[in-house]
Design a protein around this ligand. Sequence first.
Ligand SMILES: [Zn+2]
Length: 230
Amino acid sequence: MPDTILAIAAHPGDALFTMGTTVAQHIRNGGRGVFLSLSLGERGHKTIPPKEYGEMQRAATEKAAKILGAETAFLTYPDAEIPLHDEASFAVCDAIRQFKPALVVTHWSGSWHKDHQNCHALVRDALFYAGLPAITRERPAHSVGKLFFAENWEDMTNFQPDTYLDISAVYDRWLEACAAFPMWRGETGFRYHDYYRSLAVMRGCLGGFQYAVALMSDPEQRSARVRSLL
Ligand SMILES: [Zn+2]
């Protein structure tokens, strides 16, 4: 089984727009990628009723994931009401134990959006629970080696990227995947398409690639243990 990346987002759009290239690049490198959405983002459209929009979001996620060769999973908490409690942390913990990722990418905590803040906190607790053998769940413990936070226009408070990933090889395919979402085209107000494709160009300039995604590593994993500085 190749190494797995698990992208955990509050809403499907966050998963594909901000974590999609990271997952797609990993798949292109021979790995496995899974998108886990904690809600369907069903309350995000001004005119389409939530039930209908939620199903559109689910279908768009599945279509986009298929284009990228990724898998999908959903926890369907109510959009705008993703809860912050242990039951939800354990649900995310169960997903981590199920998919056994080597790396998790999720929201940064510095967000104005409460669903994004809660997702960040749930993932932190879930990673802790997932790796603890004494936490008895259906599946055995699984420790995740690496944790990264994605660049998201709604999560920019104190976001400090330290890792630039070359996504040039998957950029076009990722754009095709994101186009499955009505919101990508600007239907919900924000110009996602313009923002995220421009961001890939800008991060590419800084990273030394044609297109890049900038990630922030978990401060815990930034410590280097060395015997010599040179
Ligand atoms: Zn969101």
